[in-house]
Design a protein around this ligand. Sequence first.
Ligand SMILES: [Zn+2]
Length: 340
Amino acid sequence: MVFCPYIELIFVSMNTRNRYRFFVTIFLLTAILSATGFSVVGQATAPVENWCSKPLRPGLENLKEIKTCKAWFKVYDVGHDTYAIDEPYNWEETIAYLILGKDKALLFDTGMGLDTISLVIKELTKLPIIVLNSHTHPDHIGGNNEFSDIFAMNTRYTRINAAKGYPHNDVKWEVSPASFCIASLPHEDTANYHIKPFKVAQFINEGFEIDLGGRTIKVIATPGHTPDAICLYDKQAGYLWCGDSFYEGPILLTGHGTDLRAYQQSINRMAQLAAKSTRVLPAHNLPIAKPILLIQAAKEFNQIVSGMKKGKPGENHTLIFDCNKFSYQIGERYLAQLRH
Ligand SMILES: [Zn+2]
């Protein structure tokens, strides 16, 4: 065991009684510090959420659950031959969607890659699968490499993320004890958790229409959260999939590639579509949101941009703008861009 030289000097000069007092003091100090959540290595640690005992998000109990071979995923029938594939045992609570047509199925996002989503998909449909991502953040592309027919937005941001994936260092916090319930994934090698690169079969652009056979899904470019963020619109069903651009929770505009001006245009465009929609289907927390909430989000965001709505300081140089059922957490450096 190596002591710091100064401590050693002090220690050697002490008599037995003082050495005893010294140990008792160190012991008590460590006990008090760790009881207050302060780790000996000096950084404050967030209270650990026990994802194993944490009840599922209220509202999920109202949905029709479909049992599959993988307990890590919760699958819900959200109507119109559409299934929500939820990962409620990780702090991200990421949701992917399987959208069935007569001839093909579209898998919108592939989750965190913490368990094998393709096995769940095989149980839900025998149709050929096209994969498309709401954006290429790690928690939405984790299972991409399990599939071969991957469509992707024709952006530089997408190409980089597809080519490199996300190494362990970029995503290790997703598998920290505070982030998920390891007991529900005993085989998970958290020390090597990473997001694998994937091969894109076809690059697409704004307005692209995916014909699934008796069902057409339109791709709408809605950059802002990332440069490659998209929404999907099914005019016939009145369904609007909005990725990370909106969900009931803290909407993050903090990461690399955030563009608030682009987000403002996108959220206003999404609000117009929401006015014609019966359901909004976000990529986190709850799979079904009322369209009125997305319309409210546009109003709130316009007030943030105009300066009418004030935020409160949040973690990591962000401001939090509370909007009741959801909030905006925005990087101060991006807000600064708005003001110039
Ligand atoms: Zn995201």
